[in-house]
Design a protein around this ligand. Sequence first.
Ligand SMILES: [Fe+2]
Length: 152
Amino acid sequence: MEIIVCGELFTCKFLFWFMTCAKVHSGDLLDLCPERVENYEGKLKNFFTEHIHADEEIRYCLEGSGYFDVRDDDDRWIRIWIKEGDMIVLPAGIYHRFTLDKGNYVKLMRLFIGEPVWTCYNRPQEDHPARAGYVKNFVDGNKQQGVALQAH
Ligand SMILES: [Fe+2]
């Protein structure tokens, strides 16, 4: 599995710009450590279960670090390392999961465009409208244009 390190591309200024321009309406915090999270082991297990959302999952890392895993066009995992100051936007319908790294701690802000919805739909979800939209726009669209997302 390939590991991509998110660079320090995003700063607080960017976050402010993003929240304003993307019309982010709300956000909440996930402070993922055993002392602060009820049912810590269960939450970790849920985060690591492959799933999709009906909306984008937008996360800004305030402290700590962890891995978001996403699938490439050939259904192979790509591991993305997110750490303090990084932001990640997962399109609606993309299969993904999350886990901690060796630091064993992360504080993530989730940003919502519109009403906050937390629902996870575990794989398989091929008939879910968000999954169908993702495949149409990103997977099939990339193949038609000859641009493929690949793990190396
Ligand atoms: Fe998710």
